[in-house]
Write a protein that binds this ligand. Sequence first.
Ligand code: NAG
Ligand code: NAG
Ligand code: NAG
Ligand code: NAG
Ligand code: NAG
Ligand code: NAG
Ligand code: NAG
Ligand code: NAG
Length: 320
Amino acid sequence: MALSSAVFAAIYLAAGVYAETVDQGTLLYTFSSGTDIENAVLRPNGQILMVSLTENVVYNLDPFAATPSPVVVATMPGVDSVQGITSIGDDKYAVTAGIRGDIYINETIFTIDLTQASNNGTATPETILVVPEAENFNGLVSLPTEPNVLLVADSVLGLIWRIDLEAKTAVEAISDDLMALTTDSPTGVDLGIDGLKLYTDKATNQLYVYFTNVSKLLLARVPILNNGSAATGPSEIVANQTGIDNWDDMAIAQNSSLIFGAMNPSYVQMLNITSGDAIIVANMTTTSGPTSVVLADDGIHGYSFTRDGKVYEVTLPDYA
Ligand SMILES: *[C@@H]1O[C@H](CO)[C@@H](O)[C@H](O)[C@H]1NC(C)=O
Ligand SMILES: *[C@@H]1O[C@H](CO)[C@@H](O)[C@H](O)[C@H]1NC(C)=O
Ligand SMILES: *[C@@H]1O[C@H](CO)[C@@H](O)[C@H](O)[C@H]1NC(C)=O
Ligand SMILES: *[C@@H]1O[C@H](CO)[C@@H](O)[C@H](O)[C@H]1NC(C)=O
Ligand SMILES: *[C@@H]1O[C@H](CO)[C@@H](O)[C@H](O)[C@H]1NC(C)=O
Ligand SMILES: *[C@@H]1O[C@H](CO)[C@@H](O)[C@H](O)[C@H]1NC(C)=O
Ligand SMILES: *[C@@H]1O[C@H](CO)[C@@H](O)[C@H](O)[C@H]1NC(C)=O
Ligand SMILES: CC(=O)N[C@H]1CO[C@H](CO)[C@@H](O)[C@@H]1O
């Protein structure tokens, strides 16, 4: 092929044509057991922590090992499903988990501190609080200026919880029609707000929550206070999907203002926040559904996780 990638991108944008050259990802690991990997986070040492909707554990995976193989590093008591994990400090994490169902019960926030792991590498989770009113914890972030404050999407209630790990409180902080689920979605999935990540517009210093809505097939954003306690304006749609393809969760590269979305049925879509352009940058043809993307922080690689238990390394456009 003599065409440059820029020409391919232009063809794709003009005609919706799939560029055969997009990365197909390198399969690092496949779970054999129907494990549904929902969310993941990068550790300071470059390894990955992953959580599964089908188990009550946190797995560690070393992507640089000759044969990467997951190891359980924490087991959450009283739950059967782990929905989210995010960094809250140096190798410390908040984890959301509950008892799985169309409506989850006993939605719980735990913390784990891997600097305090025992000799066998496992850490004992600390239970912070149970939120009986929560119905489906999903996307999870901690605030840049207050890492002990979490924002958690609730896909059934269609809102964002603000959870203070020190005060041990949970408050319904932000809600909007774009977060609500619709029960007549072409996707057939009754989930509203799903993935959620933060982005600061450097020009205005405004903090935004970017979020996906599965049933409404959209990516949207809402400006919020730095302490996460309220929106400062209405939500707006950033991108609509067509057909039944839809975003699950995403990674945002703050430096380059690029979003890398885990997109059903099989690909990673890059959205340029500055231009609004969206292109497909990886297509993992052997999966039945990406759920999340984590950046390797080397400016070029990422990892994509799937609901059929696969972990891929993908090569992305320069996001440094
Ligand atoms: C991804 O690859 C599959 C299998 O080759 C193909 O059918 C599909 O159209 C591709 N998806 C996109 C969005 O290009
Ligand atoms: C939910 O948590 C409550 C309080 O800890 C407990 O009594 C109950 O058994 C839990 N429900 C399930 C289904 O485990
Ligand atoms: C790891 O060590 C902890 C603390 O000593 C212990 O409670 C746990 O059972 C051990 N786990 C395994 C898998 O050996
Ligand atoms: C968040 O900041 C706003 C504006 O400064 C303030 O009014 C509000 O009380 C703060 N919320 C919390 C929970 O501290
Ligand atoms: C998304 O679709 C809605 C209609 O449902 C439309 O009002 C809006 O302009 C679209 N936004 C973008 C960014 O395409
Ligand atoms: C994103 O869009 C901006 C503005 O059009 C452009 O300068 C930049 O190069 C784009 N980034 C990428 C990775 O395409
Ligand atoms: C973002 O930019 C900072 C400052 O230039 C740099 O230290 C950091 O490595 C960059 N992040 C990534 C993911 O490349
Ligand atoms: C804003 C909004 O809800 N836009 C569309 C999202 O998708 C649903 C289902 O296709 C449409 O009904 C909405 O108009």
